[in-house]
Design a protein around this ligand. Structure first.
Ligand code: ZN
Ligand code: ZN
Length: 424
């Protein structure tokens, strides 16, 4: 009985991290009191005492600890989170199954052996015992929970791709401690944790529903065909007719209540916040050459358009520098809002189109320069120039990377040309 409660309680922790909960479980197994102890009798600790030696030995603990540390570090980078997004649900489902299978003292090596011999369709595990089959179900439950979690992150990423506001970073830290302490709590207080876990899942589900609802609620029916349209869309993706009334977009691509008067400026703010200019959908990929998932339009069609785009980004530079200088006058406390300001206002419009791989080296170089400049923050007078200097250096670097990737990734110089099969 305790196994079923405990494994159910483990689902949300396994869905948020792969190695950290396993490390916490192995630690619990290693340092928990043995059989006969009162603590063991009434908690789930009895369960972990059955874990095989290759999970709880010294070497295993060191390796798992290092793995957990690597997991902690890579989930701190928005680039890495983006790169992992596609595979993580599967990985977590597998580790979830692995852990539960070991908890019922299933012989994992034997299972691997049989699967290798008879293929993944083997009936061995299904028929063997209900507890084994249960482990599979937990694996699936972890998979779907991880998918739900991924969908929420995807929505947050759409709004703030490089995490300039730091919300995703904060959530990432919360999830680390959640994955570690939660997994330990499951064994100490199975029933309490199960209830908390159930409520967390329900909360996640409702939050996701709310995000979907908010995006849908903001749509309005097309005047010609009734198809739901984003209010910032220039044309309906269903009947292709142009709208008379188009709404402006502002910070993070959030739709405002003011109608557009200057369509060239509107086009720029749609591109800069990574929405499709035609239908208003959020563009998913981090590259210049891509097609809108709904209507197929491209954000940029020609070199001239790109030059126009960069010109408009540059027009924002003097104002951004001036505001950075103002933030700089507030020692230390002005720094964080200043950085968030120039990143969301100026850099994100270029960073959003730089592929994860090609931006990586540059990002680290820029971080280094930022650190060096931050060191100057303590020097009187010079300190007040730090923010504008950081802003300027970052701007120049990202502008040059953007131009490079844009040039190599742009289709032929013909407006309205068909999608191009470029592999950049
Ligand atoms: Zn329509
Ligand atoms: Zn579109």
């Amino acid at each position: 009985m305790i196994f079923y409660i405990t494994s159910l309680g483990l689902i949300p922790f396994l869905a948020s991290r792969a190695l950290i909960p396993i490390f916490a479980t192995a630690l619990t197994a290693r340092f928990a009191p043995g059989h006969g102890d009162l603590l063991t009798e009434y908690t789930g600790i009895e369960l972990v005492s059955g874990l095989p030696g290759y999970l709880t030995g010294d070497h295993a603990l060191i390796i798992l600890g290092l793995g957990a540390l690597v997991e902690l570090v890579i989930t701190k980078s928005p680039d890495m989170r983006l790169a992992l997004q596609t595979s993580e649900s599967g990985i977590r489902a597998l580790t979830g199954f692995f852990l539960c299978f070991n908890l019922v003292e299933g012989d994992f090596m034997e299972l691997v052996d049989i699967v290798l011999r008879e293929g993944p369709t083997t009936s061995y595990v299904w028929g063997n015992s209900f507890a084994y089959t249960w482990s599979f179900c937990i694996g699936w439950a972890v998979f779907f929970t991880a998918r739900l979690r991924g969908a929420i992150y995807a929505t947050l990423t759409d709004m703030d791709e490089d995490d300039d506001l730091g919300v995703q970073g904060l959530m990432s830290w919360m999830e680390d401690s959640f994955g570690f302490f939660g997994a330990i709590m499951v064994f100490l207080m199975p029933l309490v944790t199960l209830i908390v876990a159930g409520m967390t899942l329900l909360g996640l589900y409702l939050f996701k529903k709310y995000l979907d609802y908010r995006e849908e609620r903001q749509k309005v029916p097309c005047a010609h065909c009734g198809h739901p349209n984003h209010r910032c869309a220039a044309a309906c993706p269903n009947c292709q007719r142009h709208h008379d009334r188009v709404m402006q977009v502002g910070f993070l691509g959030i739709i405002k209540d003011q109608p557009v008067t200057d369509f060239a400026a509107h086009r720029f703010s749609m591109q800069a916040t990574k929405r499709c200019y035609s239908c208003g959908e959020r563009l998913r990929k981090k590259q210049v050459n891509q097609n809108c998932p709904v209507c197929g339009a491209q954000p940029f069609y020609s070199q001239r358009e790109l030059d126009e785009y960069l010109k408009r980004v540059q027009e924002k530079l003097p104002q951004t520098l001036a505001i950075c200088a103002a933030f700089s006058l507030i020692p230390i406390f002005g720094l964080i809002p200043g950085i968030i300001y120039y990143r969301t206002n100026l850099l994100s419009s270029m960073r959003a189109y730089i592929p994860v791989a090609s931006g990586c080296m540059t990002r680290w170089a820029v971080r280094l320069v930022n650190l060096l400049l931050l060191g100057l923050q303590w020097v009187p007078l010079l300190g007040t120039l730090v923010l504008p200097m950081m802003c300027l250096v970052n701007y120049m670097v990202y502008r040059s990377v953007f131009s490079r990737v844009a040039r190599s990734g742009l289709p032929l110089d013909a407006p309205g040309s068909a999608p191009v099969t470029s592999g950049v």
